[in-house]
Design a protein around this ligand. Structure first.
Ligand code: PHE
Length: 500
């Protein structure tokens, strides 16, 4: 907005006290430009203004044609030669076409011409072309003193109404001819120098529209999750439905042959629900599970303790996605046998002390494979291939313990930077004590493994505190600007934390 225009408005007000109409005071400036200057001056209370609307008439194309060449009726009159002969109607029509059509009626009405047989002859010697004269008045003044004329010209579509906006301006409460730049922010410098005392601050415009958000952005965790999903899909896995975060202890523990006295069930590790606290019923095969816990079977002697239904009914926030795997394996066992590969990537909950690398809520990446004649070698071969897809080639497996797998293997990978082996996940062959009660037939083995999603994501995005990745301290700018994730060869081998 031109400062010059604002200054000349202020100067005019200074010398003349008010501006009656900006249309005449600033002839060459468009109403939009004037309005912009006035709004800015008004926000500083330097001026007040009112909008004036002026209506005026302009000449349409057909009107202009009649100003230039005479009205249609006048042109007809001049087309008829003086004298008895006149002109035949046929000749008039063929020579004057549209003008003859439109002008004849008016020329008759005005008694300028008349019909004589098949000819038209003049009735008068000369005429005054009033339409042309009226149009010239409108063109010169924007209107006509006779409102009937305006109405008639408008009806004939020779003129059109227009509006201009202009403004009357008076001095505002803060009137001065000095234009100062208004401050938009209170800055440290202003506070230190004391400049804030004299500064003029730009008013907030509460009517202005906000900046449009440029679009949504995927959280880094979701980007890495997507990458993992693709690897699973590429290797023929089906995704498990993991939308139930609350499960019974039965599915989370008992069906997995986790004894009811296991430390992980303790309040310290597991979130139990208060309301509702228990599941209404257990799946029909609960007695088979009870038996295997109490007495064993399938080559096992069991845990030899009294198994409690009440304990199994307790509802928990699932502590691992294996609570979903157990249900999926049960479903699988209900169908005629087929090999299956399932995966899931979703949230789990553990009542842990929260620190830089642990939250009470995190994501597990889990894969299970059900097939016949599988050995520990099959599991290791599969993991070799799976991790290779992520650029991780040097793997080692260390015997470990899980209540539901035997053997169980912690997965280690060689970290080039740290020059050491780091644990990246946990895996194993599910025990018959778990699989047979679910209904999976003799000879069907299931291999499984799990890792966390947070760990690789933190490494990938250079985040060293999990709270910068999840929770209320997340920098949305980071979410917005980080590119889509690619699991590449350079990705640290410490990336994959054990899911246990
Ligand atoms: N459920 C295990 C965990 O929470 C991971 C796992 C899944 C281990 C499947 C073996 C087989 O860490």
């Amino acid at each position: 907005m031109s400062e010059e225009l604002k200054l000349s408005i202020l100067n005019k007000l200074e010398s003349e006290n008010s501006i009656a109409d900006t249309k005449t005071a600033f002839v060459d400036v468009s109403p939009e430009t004037i309005l912009g200057a006035l709004k800015s001056l008004e926000s500083q209370e330097k001026v007040n203004y009112k909008t004036l609307t002026t209506e005026f008439w302009t000449i349409e194309a057909e009107g202009q044609d009649q100003i230039d060449n005479g009205s249609y009726e006048a042109r007809i009159f001049y087309a008829v030669p003086a004298g008895e002969e006149g002109i035949t109607i046929a000749e008039l029509n063929s020579k004057y076409g549209k003008v003859a059509n439109l002008g004849q009626g008016k020329a008759f009405q005005n008694k300028w011409v008349k019909k004589n047989g098949s000819s038209i002859v003049r009735l008068v010697d000369s005429i005054v072309d009033q339409i042309k004269a009226d149009l010239e008045v409108v063109q010169a003044t924007g209107t006509h003193p006779n409102t009937n004329v305006i109405r008639d010209l408008k009806r004939r579509s020779l003129i059109k109404q227009n509006k201009v906006l202009s403004y009357s301006v008076s001095k505002g409460a803060n009137f001065s001819t000095e234009l100062r730049k208004q401050a938009t922010d209170l800055t440290v410098e202003m506070l230190q120098s004391g400049a804030w005392k004299k500064a003029e601050f730009k008013k907030f415009n509460f009517d202005s529209l906000g900046v449009n958000p440029s679009g949504g952005h995927l959280h880094p965790l979701m980007k890495v999750r997507e990458e993992f999903r693709q690897i699973f899909f590429d290797t023929g896995f089906e995704e498990m439905p993991t939308n139930e975060f609350v499960v019974s202890s039965f599915w989370n523990f008992d069906a997995l042959f986790v004894p009811q006295q296991h430390a992980a069930r303790d309040l310290q590790d597991t979130f139990f629900l208060k309301e509702p606290a228990v599941a209404t019923e257990l799946p029909e095969f609960w007695e088979t599970v009870k038996d295997v816990h109490e007495k064993g079977g399938y080559g096992s002697i069991g845990y030899r303790y009294p198994w409690s239904q009440e304990e199994a009914k307790k509802l928990v926030l699932r502590t691992h996605t294996t609570a979903v795997s157990s249900q999926m394996l049960y479903k699988l066992a209900q169908e005629p046998y087929r090999p299956a590969k399932y995966f899931s990537i979703d949230r789990v909950y553990r009542n842990e002390a929260v620190d830089a690398t642990h939250l009470a809520e995190f994501h597990q990446v889990e894969g299970i494979i059900a097939d016949k004649n599988m050995s520990l070698g099959s599991l290791i071969a599969f993991m070799d291939r799976f991790f290779q897809k992520m650029g991780i080639t040097k793997l080692r497996f260390k015997p470990a313990y899980n209540p539901y797998t035997e053997p169980s293997l912690e997965i280690f990978s060689w970290h080039e930077g740290l020059n050491t082996w780091v644990e990246i996940g946990n895996s194993g062959m599910f025990r018959p004590e778990m699989l047979r009660p679910l209904g999976l037939e003799e000879g069907v083995q299931v291999a499984g493994f799990g890792l966390s999603l947070e760990r690789p994501t933190m490494i990938k995005y250079g985040v060293d505190n999990i709270r910068a990745l999840v929770g209320h301290k997340v920098d949305l700018g980071m979410v917005e600007t980080n590119p889509a994730c690619r699991l590449d060869k350079k990705m640290g081998k410490e990336v994959f934390q054990s899911a246990v």
